[in-house]
Design a protein. Structure first.
Length: 360
């Protein structure tokens, strides 16, 4: 089998494996009692990752350059990045919920690349002169990996909004890795309060103080985790959303899922943002070498800056302002759209200095 036939087989196999993996994750989410499905989902993602890696290596050998010169190669590299970040996120969270969001996106990208692009765009072509540089691997690969991580983090934020049904729920603690509060049977359902952890005591007791200092309630808990909290009256009517503070319309199980999604989304965006920063800097150096200017306000450059600003605002809000839950999730969901505009939209809507090898 020659390399071209191998590539054609691998892209179809990748699609089939990802399609099956998506069904496994969805069935596993609906019927948690079925054994072995979580392990099968992880194995499916790992298999798809290896298939796409083999396709890219075959492409590299055939063309003689790093396979990121056209849309077909770029889409499969993006799929490889998403499946890689998925495996990292799944290992970090010890949860199979990640695949419910990431598997359909990876499958859709693979289907578009393998079945929708014309044959002329799927064939390996000689590099245009501007791309014959070692910066191709450095800049483009880092940017694509950053897109992969930011997309996965944004998808988990969208999943958080779906699980919480768009309610105003504020988590406290997951940004620093505590994973929020835990309670076996404690419920706090007043929608006019916002929970904030203040410290721990040796006695497992929760003290709740309203905006009026004369009003206080003490609840005994026997889990010995976060034992002291102060609730300040929230003017916006924000609901508490840690597993300790359970909304009247959300079950403890949903809140535990939301807590995991919020935490992992934050961590994955935190992984993608430095990659995006490095990629932009590397692109500026390459642009100066190729075009004589570090920054030309090309549409791709402009949207890369917008993407950087959106996720910088997300991380700033979480780290400095202490945002958690719905508000940063909406910001990350917006970032998902911005990443796609930066990655693909600017090449569809107009031409620029980054148009070679994409749409003409």
């Amino acid at each position: 089998m020659d390399l071209v036939s191998l590539q054609n087989s691998l892209d179809n196999i990748s699609f089939a494996v990802l399609f099956g993996t998506m069904l496994i994750y969805w069935v596993g989410a609906a019927f948690k009692s079925i054994p072995y499905l979580p392990a099968l989902g992880t194995a499916g993602m790992a298999s798809a990752n290896l298939c796409v890696a083999a396709l890219l290596i075959a492409r590299w050998i055939e063309g003689g350059y790093f396979p990121l010169s056209n849309l077909y190669e770029s889409l499969f590299f993006l799929t490889w990045g998403i499946t890689t970040v998925h495996l990292i996120a799944e290992n970090m969270s010890r949860s199979r919920l990640v695949g419910v969001a990431t598997a359909p996106v990876a499958m859709g990208i693979t289907a578009f690349a393998a079945m929708s692009l014309p044959d002329t765009m799927q064939h390996s072509e000689p590099l245009v002169p501007a791309l014959k540089s070692n910066w191709l691997m450095m800049h483009v690969s880092v940017m694509m990996l950053s897109y992969s991580a930011l997309m996965v983090g944004s998808l988990l934020a969208i999943a958080f909004l779906i699980v919480t049904r768009g309610q105003n729920i504020e988590l406290r603690g997951s940004s620093v890795g505590t994973g929020g509060y835990r309670s076996k049977n404690g419920l706090v359902t007043n929608p006019s309060y916002q929970l904030q952890r203040q410290g721990e005591t040796s006695q497992p007791q929760l003290e709740i103080t309203a905006g009026n200092p004369s009003t206080s309630v003490s609840l005994a808990e026997n889990n010995g985790f976060a034992t002291t909290a102060v609730l300040n009256r929230a003017t916006s009517g924000v609901l508490p959303s840690t597993p300790l503070s359970i909304s009247p319309t959300l079950s403890p199980q949903r809140l535990s899922i939301a807590d995991t999604l919020d935490n992992i989304s934050y961590r994955i965006v935190g992984l993608g943002f430095p990659l995006l920063t490095i990629g932009i800097i590397a692109g500026a150096v390459w642009a100066n070498e190729a075009w004589g200017s570090y920054w030309s306000w090309d549409p791709k450059e402009t949207w890369a800056l917008i993407t950087w600003l959106v996720f910088a605002a997300y991380l700033h809000a979480r780290i400095t302002r202490g945002w958690q839950g719905r508000r940063p999730a909406i910001l990350a969901a917006t970032g998902f759209i911005v990443v796609w505009i930066c990655y693909l939209g600017v090449n569809l809507l107009g031409k620029g200095l980054h148009s070679y090898g994409w749409f003409f």
